[in-house]
Design a protein around this ligand. Sequence first.
Ligand SMILES: NC(=O)c1ccc[n+]([C@@H]2O[C@H](COP(=O)([O-])OP(=O)(O)OC[C@H]3O[C@@H](n4cnc5c(N)ncnc54)[C@H](O)[C@@H]3O)[C@@H](O)[C@H]2O)c1
Length: 263
Amino acid sequence: MDLNSARHAFVTGGASGIGLGIARSMVRRGIAVTIADINEDALAQACSEDAALSAVVLDTRDRDAWQTVKREVEAARGPVDVLVNNAGIAPNGRSFTDMDPESFDRILAINLVGIVNGVFAFAGDMKARGRGHIVNTSSLAGLTASVKGVGAYAVAKFGVTALTESLRLELQPHGVGVSLLCPGYVQTNLAENTVRAGGEIARYGAAMPPSTVTPDHVGEMVAAAIERDELYVITHGDAWPPIARRMDALREACEARALSSAP
Ligand SMILES: NC(=O)c1ccc[n+]([C@@H]2O[C@H](COP(=O)([O-])OP(=O)(O)OC[C@H]3O[C@@H](n4cnc5c(N)ncnc54)[C@H](O)[C@@H]3O)[C@@H](O)[C@H]2O)c1
């Protein structure tokens, strides 16, 4: 999508971190941006630092609230033509045998169902208008489940990957672009915000591991990917080896048996 023609972007988890970085990249391109978040204080702080941003309180798990918010923001700033489904929380650091089922449910509800809710709210209108772009935030953990303690998060993020690949097949013929953002470590407040959202961070302790990759780097990557209509936005060049190991194992498993379903 030519972002020169975009008028309104809607970014969930937009009050902090990667979402705010993406929101700023849209503002730099002259696009009206609505940031949506559960954290009212962070929304107010973000808007006080950048007057071009508009804020709306939204818990992405609340499907009815999505409809109300959509009506309000589109009445104020016109149809949303860039939707960024980015709100999420961190892995809980637990093995499945040591996990409170509520922790699993919370991760699935925020990191997967929240994104599905955004698609339900906005994708139909984009398809009808024949224009728009949707970005869904997954993770490297949505491409390979190769680290212990990330299992519940990986279930959700693999779901986002599948949703996004399916959605691209469905929407591309109708002029709507779809991209999957898979960040590696980015310096954000994910650990702190996960605790605030009621989640656990046994994996990280009080903070995320240090990273030189910033939300603004990711914001520019996402804007460029929308312009080029790229499916995959993988932020880290060193992400490939664990993904390659999974792909190699899958190829070997396919080639190990000579059966075919063709008559
Ligand atoms: N930072 C990383 O290293 C990293 C790596 C891979 C994937 N990600 C993903 O990137 C996305 C953004 O995370 P971030 O690192 O910028 O963290 P962040 O905590 O800085 O930003 C996430 C925002 O989402 C909001 N949020 C949480 N639950 C919400 C809900 N139910 N409804 C609305 N808003 C909600 C938080 O309040 C916060 O403002 C997440 O989906 C995360 O899983 C981050």
